[in-house]
Design a protein around this ligand. Structure first.
Ligand code: SF4
Length: 193
């Protein structure tokens, strides 16, 4: 079977790729992630995928255009369900691309992450399968979570600190800010002045 694998980043590919190959599947990669912001981060993750692709001899097609506007147009005013919109954008485009390429199936490295809504990704994959009449290859790659992390460290791949969108970046820093404030509060409370 020839399959198009949507790739969100290098580390999330390290486990699914050998599993698919071991199952006798011929894998092509597809980097399409309008949800990764800001631009420097987008570039870093794309470069990380290039590094993995070289080491793994994986053919990958890269959508190199920075998709901030496209992503925001879909998400603004719907922030509460932004992940659903984000999964849909990426899975739909992957299904379309797989059909264009004449492949037999598509899948996504999002199925590897413990931080994503796995059930929603699976349901959307099935929906796209129906819509575009191309098989969605489902597997629960989360079982290889630690193995994937270990491999990405061994391969010296760039490992990101947040999911991708500017909202997830804000959440990351907000947490840090809260911790910082808490520390300052404790300091002040313990001060004799
Ligand atoms: S948190 Fe992650 S999955 Fe959700 S919208 Fe942002 S980039 Fe997409």
């Amino acid at each position: 079977m020839k399959l198009l694998l949507h790739i969100c980043c290098g580390p999330c590919t390290t486990y699914p790729l050998p599993v698919l190959r071991d199952a006798g599947i011929e894998v092509q990669g597809y980097f399409y992630n309008p949800n990764i912001h800001p631009f420097r981060e987008f570039k870093k993750r794309m470069d990380g995928v290039r590094m993995l692709a070289e080491q793994e001899k994986l053919p990958v097609e890269y959508e190199q255009e920075y998709g901030l506007c496209e992503y925001l147009r879909r998400v603004v005013f719907h922030e509460h369900r932004r992940c659903q919109i984000c999964y849909r954008m990426r899975l739909e485009q992957t299904a379309i691309k797989a059909r264009e390429k004449g492949l037999e199936a598509f899948s996504t490295t999002l199925l590897y992450s413990r931080y994503q809504n796995h059930a929603a990704i699976r349901a959307l994959g099935r929906e796209m399968e129906e819509k575009y009449q191309i098989a969605f290859y489902y597997a629960d790659f989360r079982e290889g979570w630690q193995e994937g992390i270990d491999r990405s460290i061994d391969m010296d791949l760039y490992r990101q600190a947040y999911c991708g969108c500017i909202y997830s970046e804000q959440e990351r820093y907000d947490r840090q800010l809260r911790q910082k404030k808490k520390k300052q509060g404790e300091c002040e409370n313990n001060c004799d002045r």
